[in-house]
Design a protein around this ligand. Structure first.
Ligand SMILES: C[S@@+](CC[C@H](N)C(=O)[O-])C[C@H]1O[C@@H](n2cnc3c(N)ncnc32)[C@H](O)[C@@H]1O
Length: 274
């Protein structure tokens, strides 16, 4: 169990889909031979995509395109319930291999023969040690087989609320502090993850592009806003760095405006090609 519920992943998926940088998304599809400007690829039918922290399969859905069901999708997650949900939704129409594994055992990740490693909303949970080890493995593979990495939706530490509240900055600072907590993969990089990943891949010789992919949440996203506000308040409360009454004041104000207000939450997408 990972602490990520199917309900939360469902709630965020539409905002994630709107947020993804289209240019990088299309280039990732092109690398897989799945769009009009596709790079020639000798055996598209056998191309393997390895989705790290796959959850219920949102990356597979985000990269859905004519031909994507012919790829081999290796979905890796330590949460068996989420993987089962991915299989339930897509097992009949896609070629899925599911791996219930801990990503931090990088040497055992099923990357062999992969054309593309993908992830979404993952790297901010992970540590520098994990990223270093993964990039080292990808760079090592490059000699025998060219494999890219497409990592979307890495939280960048910025959140701007509408309407504003005097405690927004305090709550954000406390939340970003909590983002660095060890989530089971070592001390998390949190908001630094996107930059750290891009830098490590560049140093390893990949051609790296980054682009912003903010959540733009408004009137139509009340349910997600409520879940986000509650999640932030719970994380900050657990962290214990803010006065409980101050935090409750912020949370109550935010929930009261969830149906009429909104927010922009910053993310960064990273695409690295050999
Ligand atoms: C924020 S969710 C994102 C899920 C999916 N990629 C999406 O965008 O909907 C992070 C995912 O990473 C998985 N995860 C986190 N740490 C992991 C680890 N150490 N090993 C395997 N999976 C992990 C969680 O179970 C969860 O499915």
């Amino acid at each position: 169990m990972s602490g990520f519920s199917v309900e939360w992943l469902n709630l965020r998926e539409a905002a994630d889909a709107r947020a993804r940088d289209l240019h990088l998304h299309d280039q990732a599809l092109g690398w897989l031979g799945l769009n009009a400007g596709a790079l020639a690829h000798p055996s598209l039918g056998e191309s393997i995509v390895v989705d790290l922290g796959a959850g219920t399969g949102s990356t597979l859905r985000a990269l859905a395109a004519p031909g994507s069901q012919h790829l081999v999708w290796r979905l890796v997650d330590h949460d068996g319930a989420l993987l089962n949900e991915a299989l339930r939704r897509h097992g009949r129409h896609y070629r899925i291999e599911d791996y219930q594994s801990d990503l931090t055992v990088v040497a055992e990740l099923p990357l062999g023969g992969a054309r593309l490693v993908t992830a979404s909303a993952l790297f901010d949970l992970m540590s520098a040690t994990f990223i270093d080890a993964l990039v080292l493995r990808l760079a090592g593979m490059r000699k025998s087989w060219p494999c890219g990495l497409y990592a979307a939706l890495n939280y960048d530490g910025t959140t701007v609320w509408n309407p504003a509240h005097p405690y927004d900055a305090m709550v954000l600072a406390a939340f970003n502090q909590d983002q660095l907590r060890d989530k089971g993969a070592g001390p998390a990089l949190g908001p630094q993850a996107g930059n750290y990943l891009a830098h490590a891949l560049t140093q390893a010789g990949f051609k790296v592009q980054t682009a912003t992919s903010p959540w733009l949440l408004g009137d139509d996203d009340a349910a997600m806003l409520e879940a986000l506000i509650t999640g932030i308040a719970d994380a900050v409360a657990e962290n214990g760095s803010l006065d409980a009454r101050l935090l409750a004041n912020w949370r109550d104000f935010r929930l009261a405006h969830a149906a009429s207000g909104g927010c922009i939450v910053g993310h960064v997408d990273v695409l690295a090609l050999p």
